[in-house]
Design a protein around this ligand. Structure first.
Ligand code: FRU
Length: 427
């Protein structure tokens, strides 16, 4: 969540945070985060302005594809489907969060997206508005299940994890229709013990998070999880403990998607960072790669990291995650345009990753400054559409951006994007 939509940060005080975490969670430590470095391998090219608007009337930001249970991209009668947070673009970009509504788009080639419309009936969906998100297509039943964040109105932004289950998808020569037959349920709320509640976060003055459920079926055990962005409650505040972001997880305890139990976080960034947003996992060669996005302004004092995609690797879902590339940085924007894209999502593409994101703010190196510009200028600077995707290669605990692909490219197979869809890498 960006600066314009949030309240001020409280400065940390007291002494270092020692054994505050839960024994099972891996820690992203300050020592590790000190190794964060923008290199050629982790810096995306500057976006040129040939990027197409996905929608003429809507801002489009956080986006996720319809995936099968096993995490592969779903193809339904030749169609791929993506879901995006959208809002009417007649407000300033910072106002969009309170108006977010999930729309879907479909395509035959994973790139030329057609508008499908709003996914949910606004009266039936939970929350004043909905935030990110994941979507699972059950090949056996033909059901579309959309996980989302049920959010209360600004400025409170209370967040709960929700799911809409049991809708069906119809395809024809004319396109795709998701027929709203969703049953809406809350799957988890912050419990105040493993996950900080809104009220606890107020005492600390932090940016509270309990959002972004990501469906994940563990290929090793078949167990079903929803990963999410949370914060760890701090009992004995000390230096930097206001920066307490975690990657949370809930486990489905029944056969369906209606019974869930909160579990200990997978990663905690206490004293490091306050927001580990949109966490997701890709299993590659038996390794569990856990990715999350974060902002420059949510790092604790004394640490510097760009707005970027950060990643960790372990040998099991609840393993001892180590940051990729030493510090954790996998994708950042070029230094000359540090806010050009955000909300990266790493998806399997053969042995590589296709990393998607949205076009955020061009021509600025301060989001705070953008917020004080005249409305028309704020709108001009905001991309509000899908950015060029990146092909990222992984080798153990190291990664490399190997090329820029088309904007909004969600590839189901590496073969597809090799047919001349790429643009040369240029810095
Ligand atoms: C990331 C994010 C998500 C949230 C959405 C709100 O860009 O902050 O965590 O669901 O944006 O607009």
């Amino acid at each position: 969540l960006g600066v314009a939509a949030t309240t001020g940060l409280a400065a940390g005080s007291g002494s270092a945070a020692a054994s505050l975490g839960y024994p099972d969670a891996a820690d992203w430590t300050r020592e590790q985060a000190e190794q964060i470095e923008r290199t050629d391998d982790t810096t995306a090219p500057l976006i040129d302005d040939s990027v197409e608007q996905l929608s003429e009337e809507q801002y489009v930001w956080d986006t996720w594809p319809l995936r099968n249970r096993d995490g592969s991209l779903a193809k339904v009668n030749g169609y791929q489907v993506i879901f995006s947070l959208t809002a009417t673009d007649d407000v300033v970009p910072g106002a969009r969060h309170n108006l977010a509504s999930i729309r879907y788009f479909y395509s035959h080639n994973g790139h030329d997206w057609q508008q499908g419309g709003e996914v949910f009936d606004a009266d039936a969906a939970l929350g004043h508005h909905q935030w990110a998100g994941s979507a699972m297509y059950d090949e056996e039943t033909g059901d579309v299940n959309v996980f989302y964040t049920a959010v209360s109105a600004a400025p409170e932004y209370r967040q709960r994890l929700a799911v809409g289950t049991g809708a069906s998808i119809e395809t024809s020569g004319d396109g795709v229709e998701i027929t709203d037959g969703f049953d809406h349920d809350i799957i988890a709320e912050a419990d105040g013990e493993l996950y900080q509640t809104l009220e606890q976060s107020r005492d600390q003055g932090i940016i509270y998070a309990f959002r972004d459920p990501w469906f994940f079926e563990d290929p090793e055990t078949g167990a079903v999880y929803a990963l999410f962005e949370g914060n760890t409650p701090i009992e004995n505040p000390s230096e930097y403990t206001d920066w307490n972001g975690n990657v949370g997880v809930a486990k489905a305890t029944g056969d369906g998607l209606d019974e869930w139990e909160l579990q200990e976080p997978l990663v905690e960034a206490i004293t490091v960072n306050q927001q580990l947003e949109r966490p997701h996992v890709v299993v590659n060669d038996g390794n569990y790669y856990l990715f999350t996005i974060s902002h420059k302004f949510t790092f604790a004092p004394g640490l510097t990291g760009p707005d970027g995609l950060y990643g960790f690797v372990a040998d099991s879902l609840d393993g001892d995650y180590e940051p990729l590339n030493e510090g954790g940085l996998v994708v950042s924007n070029p230094e000359s345009a540090p806010f050009q894209t955000y909300s990266w999502l790493a998806l399997p593409m053969g042995d590589d990753l296709a990393v998607t994101s949205f076009y955020n703010f061009r021509e600025t190196d301060s989001l705070q400054d953008v917020g004080s510009l005249p409305p028309e200028e704020q709108k001009r600077l905001f991309g509000g559409t899908l950015a060029p995707s990146l092909q990222v290669r992984i080798d153990g605990a190291e990664t490399e951006i190997v090329r820029e692909m088309k904007d909004g490219y969600f590839s189901p197979a590496i073969g597809a994007q090799q047919r001349g869809n790429g643009r040369a890498k240029q810095h």
